[in-house]
Design a protein around this ligand. Structure first.
Ligand code: FVH
Length: 285
């Protein structure tokens, strides 16, 4: 039997989720805190007390606090039902929500959305899940409507950890682009002109990430791909060129600092991937 599904939250992402459900032939009920927000045509808008009676309640609100604000007064209604939280929450918050749900007899699956609203339901959209395996398996056909669905195990915080790790890479990559764009502006090159060149370069160099990952996991940096002293000389030169262009050194200075700390510890001849160790990563498990 087709499960009844509700999407709580009709912001940009909640609307995209509800629209994808409708497009895939599901009946989708929706609820939003502020009445009058536009919702996809064909969805059934319900008061919260009714919206929570669906088999599957998908939560896509602003943050962790807004989830408790919405669900706490109605926890009893949710007992025996499945909640999939697609609101971005830190791993500890996802675990807290899983504990709260367990305390009320609610099955809980946490998810991280690796997509923008426009991408939902399309080929590039992927969602990461952890928490209740039973909920993931039972509702997998519904969850796959949004994008590729991957399950990371019973720890409800795991999906969010991977989500935020990917976002950390994305935001620092964008900050690197901003830095480069600021440098070339000194020569009159607009950011829009620099962008395709930067995109091609970043895409070319990320091909080596699997090899870099293997080096990091080996913990053996003695055989250098490129020695830290070489990278340090390059970073010094980039810092010099940035200074000359009048660009703030916050980003590139932080990167150079990662190399400096390993060189100061006596690892100048080691491979540059050793900069990873300056981040004080936990011991590998
Ligand atoms: N948009 C994106 O690209 C990203 C992609 C990755 C995942 N995020 C996360 O998805 C959550 C929702 O994001 P959103 O884009 O839908 O956000 P908004 O358009 O700002 O809508 C927010 C909805 O949350 C409702 N809301 C806010 N505070 C409360 C509250 N205290 N109680 C109940 N609902 C609340 C808000 O309702 P209203 O302001 O219209 O009453 C919207 O429905 C988010 O975690 C992203 O990080 C999206």
């Amino acid at each position: 039997m087709t499960p009844s599904v509700t999407v709580l939250g009709q912001g940009a992402m909640g609307r995209a989720l509800a629209a994808a459900l409708l497009a895939a032939g599901h009946r989708a009920a929706v609820w939003n805190r502020t009445p009058g927000r536009p919702v996809p045509a064909g969805t059934l808008e319900l008061p919260l007390s009714e919206a929570l009676t669906s088999d599957l309640v998908i939560v896509c609100l602003f943050d962790h606090a807004s989830i408790h604000e919405t669900l706490d007064p109605h926890a009893g209604k949710l007992a025996g039902r499945a909640v999939v939280n697609l609101t971005s929450t830190e791993p500890a918050s996802a675990r807290e929500l899983a504990g709260w749900a367990a305390g009320h007899g609610i099955e809980y699956l946490d998810g991280g959305i690796m997509a923008t609203p426009e991408m939902i339901g399309g080929p590039g959209s992927s969602l990461l899940y952890s928490g209740s395996a039973a909920v993931f398996e039972r509702y997998r056909p519904v969850l796959e409507v949004f994008g590729a669905a991957e399950y990371f195990g019973a720890d409800a915080g795991h999906a969010s950890l991977v989500d935020f790790a990917l976002l950390a890479g994305m935001y620092t990559m964008f900050a690197g682009f901003y830095h480069g764009a600021a440098m070339v502006r000194a020569a009159g090159i607009p950011a829009a002109e620099f962008a395709p060149r930067a995109a091609a370069w970043i895409s070319a160099v990320t091909g080596s990430l699997p090899e870099i990952g293997a080096k990091i996991d080996s913990g053996d940096y003695a055989e250098p791909f490129q020695p830290l002293t070489f990278t340090k000389a390059a970073l010094d030169a980039i810092v010099g060129a940035s200074r000359e262009a009048g660009v703030d050194l916050d980003i590139i200075g932080a990167v150079r600092n990662l190399a400096d700390r390993q060189i100061a510890a006596g690892f100048g001849g080691h491979s540059s991937e050793r900069m990873f160790e300056s981040l004080n990563p936990p011991a590998a498990r």
